[in-house]
Design a protein around this ligand. Structure first.
Ligand SMILES: [Zn+2]
Ligand SMILES: [Zn+2]
Length: 202
């Protein structure tokens, strides 16, 4: 890691055009924390944007920092942040909703139509040395959870969601199609839910 005078960031400028750029270190706004990034996964979506410059209706139209599966250490806190302090280790929930629409008010903020999701155009991601994020979308990691494991919590949540949707419970028999990273977190979650047998294709 360099000092706080630079912020080396992985920027996608267009399909196949990925560059390391020195960007300014951001300042945390009210309610945000500045994080020194420690671990950032590479998602299938990052690869899609890199190879095609788009995923469906989400089209890269200006340079964008990659990455959304991430963990880091709190370096500074903005005004009003009470639950985190410098030195805290956190995992990041990368989708920040509007907080005011009917879905958000209903507690189903994952459905918010105005979600700002890291590394989904035009929102910058977190594959940088420093990155700001709302404090209430950062989750403290216990001592026994590593930064790499922290970065894997976002993909793990996909497995948890899938198993909930499928109603996986004690005694379930589960077939997972595909043993990539998301298939593997589905397998781990299904076992943790008590599935009797889990079969995975590859
Ligand atoms: Zn992802
Ligand atoms: Zn909303």
């Amino acid at each position: 890691m360099a000092g706080e005078d630079g912020n080396l960031s992985l920027v996608l400028r267009g399909p196949g055009d990925l560059q390391l750029e020195q960007r300014p270190v951001p300042k945390p706004a009210r309610g945000e924390v500045l994080l020194g990034m420690r671990s950032v996964g590479i998602c299938g979506s990052d690869v899609h944007y890199w190879t095609h410059g788009r995923i469906g209706d989400f089209v890269l139209t200006s340079p964008m920092v990659m990455g959304h599966e991430a963990s880091g250490k709190v370096v500074a806190v903005g005004d009003g942040v009470k639950d985190l302090k410098p030195g805290d280790r956190v995992a990041i929930e990368p989708g920040v909703p509007c907080r005011t629409c009917p879905h958000c008010k209903d507690g189903r903020y994952n459905l918010c139509p105005d979600m700002r999701f890291c590394a989904t155009p035009p929102v910058d991601g977190s594959l940088a040395q420093f990155y700001c994020h709302p404090a209430d979308f950062c989750y403290k990691l216990p001592e026994n959870v590593s930064y790499d494991e922290g970065a894997l919590l976002e993909p793990l949540s996909v497995g948890v969601h899938a198993c909930r949707r499928a109603g996986v419970a004690l005694g379930s028999h589960v077939l997972v199609c595909g043993a990539g990273p998301i298939g593997l977190v589905c397998l781990l979650t299904a076992k943790a839910c008590g599935a009797t047998s889990v079969i995975i294709t590859e």
